[in-house]
Design a protein around this ligand. Structure first.
Ligand code: ADP
Length: 577
């Protein structure tokens, strides 16, 4: 994690460094280009300033040459003429020197000695040599900077008669271009600034690394060469650039050198702007690239996580599916086992019922058989004595008893057949009668009083005769069991026809101990080992009644005892027909 973060930070630093390097290159290139442009403009500006100065001075040269040949110059009105000319041209002074260098005439009342001292300088000499001389210096009479032009005056026959000197007010020339851009100054042969449009550097002297004030401390400055250009760094005041491009131009016509200091701030600004734009674009591009890479990386990581999660889930799911399959198989096995157990139980229940019934049946069949043999014996005796009527009565009784036995046996056969018995129309009354017949002996033995109101008409319902019969036998046997220990033993069986066919079996026993449990298989309160204590009778009855769409319920009756109701589906088919 830390390794990754430092790697990323390293990459970011490298990109930023690269962008900075490119921006620096752009700055350098842009600066050089801008300096070239500045230099070209500066040179043009300097040429313009120089031309202006030389142009201005040229006027005074012409003035000197013209005045030198003035006819009145040697006459009595010379002063007046010169003054007139000086006033017109606003020069500092004009004066005429004779052949020996003495001031003959002057425009503004001169101090001849001072002027003589001044003109001892070379330029007057050049005029006496017959050429045009120029020079500069401080005008002694005014203390102002002056530019001098000296022109020779010739004798009519040749030879130099004298010299006319014009002293030009340099400050008046400067006044026109003071403050102009760029800063321009003109240095003389000794390197002193004599003319400039920035007054603060007047009389400064050229030195190794620039200019230096003539008096006082040296001003801080530095020089450097940038792309073939000379750049000065200085703190020379508010009207001079802090960093300036130094441009030089020789002016041999006035023996001076023109120099300019062009402010490089615009070039720097331009270079910075270009570098900033390039740097910004570089950073933006880098940021976009970085963002895209980061995004791809994040996506890849997310993808990998997702895939691994999907794999995990898939394995989990396959595990779950396998477990489910196992469970389903187990359930199926359990279900099969349960079904088998249920089938076995039903079988066991049936066997138990069969046992009960066969016990009842053998008793039931025994009685009529014994009665038949008795009647047959008596019948034989009646016939011997010729009492045919009595014998016929006996035979009738025998026939009745045989019929009854036949019915009992039919029941038994039907019981064996019950598996395949279809649900069809049955007469509930007949079924109850049969069940009562089958349990008659038992009830009689227990001394149970039977309350049975036989309905006058059949009550039709959907069901199976044998199965319903089995249910009834079971209910009656249970009632007899319940009452076996009691004082009052009364069993009432009622059939209701409407709205649905219902059979009610009510006893006067102790009632049901746990009504919610009685239909559970193997629930029994009877003693283990007793003949009918299997706890299957009611659960089998429940299944049988349900098999033909009915319902069986058991509850404690008001006034004591238990009451079982069997509700059946009415048979509608024939009524509709
Ligand atoms: P078993 O008769 O073998 O006990 P049954 O399923 O027929 O099994 O009956 C279950 C239980 O229901 C009986 O043990 C008994 O406690 C109760 N029971 C059934 N009929 C009556 C009744 N008429 N009166 C009181 N209790 C009854």
């Amino acid at each position: 994690m830390i390794g990754k973060a430092t790697r990323r930070a390293g990459a970011v630093l490298a990109v930023v460094a690269a962008v900075a390097l490119v921006a620096a290159g752009v700055w350098r290139y842009g600066y050089d280009q801008a300096l070239d442009g500045l230099a070209r403009r500066g040179e043009a500006d300097l040429a313009l300033a120089s031309d202006r100065l030389t142009g201005q001075l040229q006027r005074y040269r012409d003035l000197a040459v013209l005045m030198a040949v003035h006819p009145e110059l040697t006459g009595p009105r010379a002063d007046e003429v010169l003054q007139h000319a000086a006033d017109r041209t606003s020069v500092l002074n004009i004066f005429y020197l004779d052949g020996r260098g003495r001031v003959q005439a002057a425009a503004h009342g001169s101090q001849p000695e001072a002027e003589a001292a001044l003109i001892a300088g070379g330029f007057v000499g050049r005029a006496f040599d017959g050429a045009l001389g120029t020079g500069h210096g401080i005008d002694p009479s005014t203390g102002l900077r002056a530019f001098y032009v000296a022109a020779p005056r010739f004798f009519p026959g040749g030879g130099v008669q004298g010299a006319l000197v014009v002293a030009v007010d340099v400050e008046a020339l400067e006044r026109e271009w003071r403050g102009d851009r760029p800063a321009v100054f003109f240095t003389d042969e000794v390197g002193e600034v004599f003319i400039s449009n920035r007054s603060e550097i007047l009389f400064w002297r050229r030195s190794e690394a620039g200019l230096q004030p003539s008096v006082g401390e040296a001003m801080p400055r530095a020089r450097s060469d940038s792309g073939g250009h000379e750049v000065w760094r200085m703190q020379w005041g508010p009207y001079l650039p802090a960093v300036g491009l130094h441009i030089v131009r020789d002016l041999p016509t006035i023996d001076m050198r023109a120099e300019a200091l062009v402010d490089v701030a615009p070039a720097r600004r331009l270079a910075w702007l270009q570098a900033a734009v390039v740097g910004l674009v570089g950073l933006v591009v880098a940021a976009i690239l970085f963002w895209a890479m980061e995004r791809r990386r994040v996506l890849a990581v997310a993808n990998a996580t997702l895939e691994s999660r999907v794999m995990e889930r898939t394995t989990e799911l396959s595990g779950a599916i396998a477990a489910l399959r196992r469970e389903v198989a187990e359930r199926q096995e359990a279900e099969a086992a349960l079904k088998k157990a249920q089938a076995d139980l039903v079988q066991a229940g049936k066997l138990s019922a069969l046992g009960q019934m066969s016990a009842g049946l053998s008793h039931e069949l025994n009685q009529p058989l014994m009665a038949i043999s008795q009647f047959a014996e008596n019948g034989g005796l009646f016939l011997e004595r010729g009492k045919t009527d009595a014998a016929a009565g006996n035979l009738r009784r025998i026939a009745e008893l045989a019929g009854r036995m036949g019915r009992i046996i039919r029941n038994l056969r039907a019981f064996a057949r019950q598996e395949n018995e279809p649900v069809r129309r049955i007469d509930v009354v007949a079924v109850v009668e049969t069940a009562l017949e089958m349990t008659e002996a038992r009830l009689a033995k227990d001394g149970v009083i039977l309350e049975w109101e036989r309905p006058g008409a059949p009550v039709w319902a959907m069901g199976g005769e044998v199965r319903l019969g089995q249910v009834m036998v079971n209910l009656i046997a249970n009632a007899a069991d319940a009452m076996s220990g009691g004082e009052m033993r009364k069993l009432s069986v009622v059939i209701e026809a409407a709205p649905r066919p219902v059979i009610r079996v009510r006893d006067t026993g102790p009632g049901i101990a746990a009504p919610e449990k009685i239909f559970d298989p193997f629930y029994s309160t009877k003693e283990v080992g007793a003949s009918e204590g299997m706890g299957l009778g009611l659960s089998i009855s429940y299944g049988l009644v349900q098999s033909f769409g009915g319902a069986i319920r058991g509850q404690n009756a008001e006034g004591g005892g238990a009451e079982f109701t069997v509700e059946l589906e009415p048979w509608r088919g024939e009524q509709a027909a």
